[in-house]
Design a protein around this ligand. Structure first.
Ligand code: 4AD
Ligand code: MG
Length: 478
């Protein structure tokens, strides 16, 4: 007999044939004569109710049907007597595939804190919250590929091990096979990386963009979607040391085209979640509303599904950095010295500033453009004012920066001069500069932090809770 997934079973009508189900027990309750088993197989949020007549089974079998145990059930699909489900299964055969000692099983049918669950790498997948989050994570990854595929973009696999620092921020993890106790040294006493595995110093990539630019200036429109590594020591609810980034890169796109794409792309992903993940979203929304009850009215956020729809229905504001600085300096929190970080033309905005602009001032997503060149990477297109570059950051409520991107400097001379000024070694990046030497064109791209998108779509508050195995400073277990 072929196993039926619970998701499909719950769509079926009661029928005469028997069905075969396999899954993990969420709860068992019952009386002397019948047991009601809530069974879940991960295919959807809902459990199916399995009804077992105590007299039909060995005592030992039912004794081992405890929370967390894996069981296999053959039974009859009947219309349900109770509320909450259309059908239930009357068990005819029941096998315990894998028992779970009830005295040791760490997950009880009650609310656990997210911190506790983070330490139970395997079992946190068994909870409603995390199974919902990871089903949505899958759906969003699928939506991203669908979006770019239907627009004719090519999925380009850029390397994880690189010799360049794409963002120029120097927050990289070194990749080396040299013996740390006894590395070969140069005459000057430095580590001699020419004897390392790749014959040079290498790191885990901080971005696939530079390689993406090579693809875009030949294939036209490409995107990357892969793991990205940053050794920044920021222990916040929005930073990971290993995260996933989606980086589209497009030939012949200027900044406006880039912004149009970013907005359409984000809206497509959110619409996809509403169309395909409603059961999980409703669950997460309720969970969030419970959590919000403990907050004062003024600090409560919009209901999750309402918030997703709100983003779909409103155009993103497009605002130059210089204007944003004016808005911030004229704001109440600035005047009352409520901001922790300074607001001055030329400094980078902090998440408190970004969130003020989005949540309090404009009250919708904002794309900030034309940032001072000194706080942005070397590759961004220089504006005619000589002070700013054609950068764009998309800011979202509760998240702050969700996308960072720009039009690229396509002029060889300007680019090399800027690299020089910023200490980026042009001589090591000949392969990249070829794009500007031969058939250079205006082009643009951006990077979406996949986990930041998931924070927004699921309403979860900590980025560690939207990735299966979070990597953060001092934390790489499992
Ligand atoms: O703004 P960033 O650093 O931009 C780039 O890497 C460009 N090369 C992108 C491009 O133009 N192709 O990073 C892009 C996005 C951020 O907006 C943020 O959403 C996410 O990546 N991000 C992080 N997400 C989680 N943890 C971190 N430590 C992150 N750093 C950046
Ligand atoms: Mg950025």
């Amino acid at each position: 007999m072929k196993r039926i997934k619970i998701k499909d079973l719950l769509q079926m009508e009661a029928r005469d044939e028997h069905v075969l189900l396999k899954g993990w027990v969420r709860t068992k309750r019952g009386s002397k004569n019948v047991n009601f088993i809530a069974l879940n197989d991960g295919s959807c949020l809902a459990n199916v109710q399995v009804v077992a007549d105590v007299n039909n089974f060995e005592e030992d079998t039912l004794k081992n049907v405890t929370t967390g145990a894996a069981i296999s059930v053959v039974g009859e699909l009947v219309a349900s007597q109770g509320s909450g489900q259309n059908v239930e299964v009357i068990a005819k055969e029941l096998t315990v595939l894998g028992p779970a000692d009830p005295d040791k099983y760490p997950i009880q049918p009650k609310r656990h804190t997210l911190e506790f669950l983070r330490e139970n790498a395997h079992l946190r997948f068994r909870t409603n919250t995390f199974s919902a989050v990871f089903r949505i994570r899958h759906a969003m990854a699928f939506a991203i590929h669908q979006y770019f595929n239907q627009k004719g973009f090519y999925y380009l696999h850029t390397p994880l091990i690189t010799a360049s620092d794409a963002e120029g921020a120097g927050q990289m993890f070194r990749v080396s096979t040299l013996d740390p106790k006894n590395p070969p040294l140069t005459e000057e006493g430095n580590i001699d990386y020419s004897q390392d595995f790749f014959g040079r110093s290498t790191n885990l990539t901080v971005s696939g963009q530079l390689e993406g630019e090579l693809g875009a200036t030949a294939l036209g429109e490409v995107y990357t979607f892969g793991p990205t590594f940053r050794a920044e020591n920021s222990n916040t609810t929005r930073h990971l040391a290993e995260f996933w980034m989606i980086e589209p890169e497009m030939a012949f796109y200027e900044l406006d085209d880039n912004m149009d794409l970013a907005e359409e792309f984000l809206k497509f992903c959110i619409q996809y979640a509403l169309d395909n993940c409603m059961e999980d979203l409703v669950f997460l929304s309720k969970r969030l509303q419970e959590e919000e009850k403990s907050k004062p009215q003024a600090e409560r956020s919009m209901e999750l599904i309402e918030k997703l729809k709100f983003v779909l229905e409103n155009d993103f504001v497009r605002c130059p950095y210089t204007e944003a600085i004016d808005i911030l300096r004229n704001s109440k929190p600035f005047k009352k010295k409520k901001f922790q970080f300074p607001v001055e033309w030329g400094t980078d905005l902090q998440s408190e500033h970004e969130r003020y602009l989005v949540e309090k001032h404009f009250k919708r997503p904002v794309i900030l453009i034309d940032y001072p060149k000194d706080i942005k990477s070397f590759y961004m297109k220089q504006n005619p004012d000589g002070k700013t570059v054609a950068a764009m950051d998309v800011l979202f409520p509760q998240i702050g920066e969700i996308i960072g991107g720009s039009q690229r400097e396509e002029d060889y001379e300007k680019l090399v001069t800027r690299m020089d000024e910023m200490g980026v070694p042009a001589e090591e990046m000949d392969w990249f500069l070829d794009t500007r030497r031969y058939g250079t064109v205006p082009h643009s791209g951006f990077g979406l932090g996949f986990e930041r998108l998931l924070l927004f779509v699921t309403g979860m508050g900590n980025i560690r809770d939207v990735i299966p195995f979070p990597r953060t400073p001092k934390n790489a277990e499992f």
